[in-house]
Design a protein around this ligand. Structure first.
Ligand code: ZN
Length: 252
């Protein structure tokens, strides 16, 4: 079974995942929810990085994060999320732009958070610092050209990080966000396994998923969301675009 958090320094990664959500909390608190169906106004370029301290995340949220898209199958996931008024975060592989730029724009139009998963989906820990920087910068550029947004968070491909690569990402104004719950959709390729896993996700979980595996998600995503919402969990997006959870944020 793959580790819940990839990489050697699991504690550090977990902290980073949570810090990302703290950033979500703080920025969601000051963000204005977009009007449904309307394209949000582009952020100035560059935009500030997500704030990371000062508030605690609410207790009743869960963050689904979809990596590796956007792909045409992403639309079906968006439709299901809409049906349940659920929000998610999409860490996109920027090499899919500009071909799939319209899908990326639709993610934002529907009120979700669109962030970067890098350009070529390479393992940064095996690349030179210059190559890592170019990969990240290219992803930022492609996302900005496609959507008018500069991402504020990044999920390293494979969750593989080191202090060196994290420092590069942060120097470019990006918060590194890993995960603390893994759907393992890539491994089991099973809708039934997703249904079994979802009840184990705890409040405050950042769940790793992949919209490239849309074909196993779409048959059960509605049922999974119903189960999470029945537990009192609100599905929120990360990294400061929108979505104010029902419960107020309680300062530390
Ligand atoms: Zn990936």
């Amino acid at each position: 079974m793959p580790p819940l958090v990839a990489g050697a320094a699991a504690g550090r990664h977990r902290r980073r995942a949570i810090l990302g959500v703290v950033g979500l909390a703080l920025m969601a608190a000051v963000a204005t929810a977009p009007v449904a169906g309307a394209a949000p106004a582009p952020a100035p370029f560059p935009s500030p990085a997500a704030a990371t301290s000062g508030t605690a995340p609410p207790q009743d949220w869960i963050a689904l994060t979809f990596d590796d898209g956007p792909v045409p199958g992403t639309y079906a996931i968006l439709d299901i999320l809409d049906r349940y008024d659920a929000k998610a975060t999409f860490f996109i592989s920027a090499w899919r732009l500009p071909a799939n730029a319209e899908i990326a724009r639709e993610i934002i139009r529907r009120g979700h958070s669109l962030q970067t998963h890098g350009w070529l989906h390479r393992n940064w820990t095996g690349l030179s610092s210059g190559a890592v920087r170019r990969d990240i910068e290219k992803s930022i550029q492609l996302i900005y050209e496609a959507t008018g947004y500069r991402p504020t968070c990044i999920r390293p491909p494979f969750g593989a990080t080191s202090p060196r690569t994290t420092a590069i990402a942060e120097s470019l104004g990006l918060e590194v966000v890993i995960w603390n719950a893994n759907s393992a959709d890539y491994a089991h390729q099973s809708s039934a396994a997703l249904l079994r896993a979802a009840p184990t996700w705890q409040p405050g979980s950042v769940v790793l998923a992949h919209d490239t595996n849309h074909y196993i998600w779409t048959p059960v995503l509605g049922e999974i969301i119903e189960g999470l919402q029945a537990r009192g969990l609100e599905l929120v997006s990360m990294c400061g675009y929108q979505r104010t959870p029902r419960a107020p944020f309680i300062p530390l």
